[in-house]
Unconditional design. Sequence first.
Length: 332
Amino acid sequence: TPREFLIEPQSATIPPMGELDIRITLLSNTLKKYDVPLVVDVENVGPEIIVLPITARSVIPSVYSVQPTMDFGRCFLRHPYELSLKLANDTDLNTRYEVIPQTVNELTTVKLYCSQPRGVLESQSVAEVPVIVSSYVVGKCTENLCVRLYGTKDPTLIVPITCTGEGPVVHVSETELNWGKVNVLEDHPIKVDLLNESFIMAPFTCGFARSNPAFRVEPAESQIRPLDSLSINIIANLNDCIPFQDRLFINFTDGIRHTVELSAHGCGSTIVCNPSISPVLDLGPRFSNRPFDYTFNLRNVGRRRQQLFWTIDGIIQGRVRKSLTALDSELS
């Protein structure tokens, strides 16, 4: 317990026919009435030569908060916000105050911190105490800030602290994408910009409404720095000559989910040949009248069964025979 009485000086020498002023300071730490003696011992004379009674009664001034409640408004999660608690003392007595530290556990939704938890509140004055708040859940949160005045064990003031926790706020540049008619089995990317308009990180993941989508997104998950932007590519790779529609969901942690409508129409063939025979099948130089085999693999990567017909464009078998007969007669 701190000493309540300070005596200055506690020992000294008084010259002959001289005098000495002694200052007695009372700094009360408890609410009570004092009735104690001040004892003066004189060296080589004896103890308690002078006994001076001291009486006093400590009181606690009436201190109040200028703000009945402190509302921090909308606060981004885990981001610190600061306001000043104003303590007013309308009495003629000085007092000392202390902000009681908050008890934090796993159920705490708002964390309070005071950089100057102790101080002196002069008479007829107002003291500003900085209070820092961080919200940890989405929605409205309430926590009590407790202030104790010296001389009491229980909180003298309880000030409600309110705020509304909010996750990252992100603007998505597009809400609908239409590729129109595009070639199948090819990547057709479109860039979408994500702008983080908040002071906190914005982690996100992407998903599609359909289980086997014809679209994909790169990157599928990442995070955006505060007040920064990030571009994602939404890629259409169709495997059929039909219209495709889907929905892209961009889910932000502790934030809202954005939806982008996707549509595209596939054109072309979904038959893949290996090695390729398009646009020209070049067999290279070959000896005449010798059979030659060329093997290639055809794979249907589409969603439907397809039927193939083989023809040689511009050549009819009957006309070929007739041309060969005419050529033989000319040679003979």
